[in-house]
Design a protein around this ligand. Structure first.
Ligand SMILES: [Zn+2]
Ligand SMILES: [Zn+2]
Length: 438
């Protein structure tokens, strides 16, 4: 395959601070970082597409198995219960909590399945002699779906639920859980192996780019989807991936404020109303997010209590406060701590999905603890509010464009190059010379 053109350094826009800089194809294991905000611009990988395809295929088979196999077995006083992945969502729907049921099915089954099918289609399609043009649009979706595939978060939720269940019954791990563990590992391996830029460059090398006449009258613009940088008109189509080009995310500030406002409003009921009620020996104990943590502390499960406290209380609060600070400081055109704020944004954007642990744990508890006189777990209103907070903050973080923080500071007359130069441990410039990786 002809990749000779790809070994030349190419101009790329940092997605986090908007700085244009040239990036070369890197040897496997190396990464190029933004010289202003330290964001990863590109990771090198060798033969990544073939390895990723193998991993995706393995993940797909394992995921199909996971949906068919028993997930957890529970024994207590001569009774035996078995749950599949779908028992929890079905129980939640029976309790009128279809919103959570749908959210769990989307993040645990639908998104991973769609993501895998799309990725496999593209990587297989690129092996054809004449790959269809539509593959470019399909690949764009793989990236969009990524944050909503939450198998690893679910597995941590299973771990928390399992520990809590052991207090009341004998729990055995089913084979579906082993399969899901395999899915997670395969997807992580695929992520490490695959250099997305390489996939887009392959489209380019196979002559699948749309023809776009040179437009020197327009300024540089970086594609949000495939990262191609070119001189083009705002709102025109990217010749490489076909998505609309925009310098900054549309209505970023307004949308982020609106979603953040909704999340802040829901944060109160999420913490006041019980997320679940555990009924033991006929008596009900409503559990809020915080009382759930306290219960774990009382049971001497310190590490677990810390984990749930971090995921359910600290992370959502950190997200809300950080996003408010970023939005306000952007509005003021402040240049204070730009690098730190950009790092915080990356952290907040990455970590938000882990708050779903509590929602997944609830799904598992509701599915399994249906033992009449021993214990019953009923989902509470707080769970819907909490799940909404997680979803709204994820959307708010995705709507916010961190490049606007740099734009605003620049517009206010601050010298942004100083931001990076202040560091004493400044990395070698990212304008890397052409590296022959093969
Ligand atoms: Zn940057
Ligand atoms: Zn593009």
């Amino acid at each position: 395959m002809n990749v000779s053109h790809a070994s030349q350094p190419v101009l790329r826009e940092c997605q986090d601070c908007g700085l244009f800089q040239s990036v070369a194809l890197l040897p496997s294991g190396d990464a190029a970082h933004c010289r202003r905000c330290d964001a990863t611009l590109r990771r090198g990988s060798t033969n990544g597409m073939n390895r990723a395809l193998a991993c995706y295929l393995a993940a797909f088979v394992l995921l199909a198995l996971a949906t068919q196999l028993p997930f957890l077995d529970l024994r207590s006083v001569g009774r035996f219960y078995q749950a599949t992945l779908f028992t929890g969502p079905a129980e939640l729907e029976d309790h009128g909590m279809w919103e959570i049921s749908i959210l769990v099915l989307i993040t645990l089954v639908a998104v991973p399945v769609i993501q895998l099918v799309l990725a496999i289609t593209v990587l297989l399609g690129l092996r054809l002699e004449h790959p269809p043009q539509s593959l470019r649009r399909v690949y764009g979706w793989v990236e969009v779906l990524r944050p909503w595939s939450m198998i690893e978060v679910f597995l941590l939720g299973v771990f928390v639920a399992y520990t809590r269940l052991q207090a009341i019954a004998e729990v055995e791990v089913g084979s579906a859980l082993v399969a899901l563990g395999g899915v997670m590992l395969s997807m992580v391996a695929a992520d490490i192996a695959l250099d997305h830029e390489e996939v887009w460059e392959t489209f380019e090398a196979r002559g699948m780019m749309a023809k776009l006449p040179p437009q020197p009258q327009h300024g540089l613009i970086g594609c949000d989807c495939c990262r191609l940088v070119l001189q083009a008109r705002e709102r025109s189509r990217c010749p490489r991936c076909g998505s609309r080009l925009q310098r900054r995310k549309a209505f970023s500030i307004t949308r982020s404020w609106a979603l953040l406002g909704a999340a802040i409003a829901l944060y109160v009921p999420a913490n006041i109303f019980p997320v679940m009620t555990v009924i033991r020996f006929g008596r009900g104990e409503p559990n809020t997010l915080l009382s759930g943590v306290i219960e774990l502390i009382e049971a001497q499960m310190w590490p677990l209590a810390m984990l749930v406290f971090l995921a359910s209380i600290t992370v959502p609060l950190l997200k809300l406060v950080s996003l408010v600070v970023m939005l306000v400081m952007t509005g003021e055109g402040s240049a204070k701590g730009l690098r730190l704020r950009t790092r915080l944004y990356r952290f907040v954007d990455t970590i938000g999905r882990w708050s779903m642990i509590d929602v997944f744990m609830l799904t598992i508890l509701v599915a399994l603890v249906r033992m009449g006189f021993i214990a019953t777990v009923l989902p509470g209103l707080g769970a819907i509010a909490f799940a909404s907070v997680v979803v709204f903050t994820m959307f708010a973080a995705a709507s916010f464009d961190p490049r606007l923080m740099w734009d605003a500071a620049e517009a206010a007359g601050h010298d942004l190059e100083l931001e990076g130069a202040e560091r004493t441990d400044l990395q070698p410039p990212t304008v890397v010379p052409s590296v022959s990786a093969r």
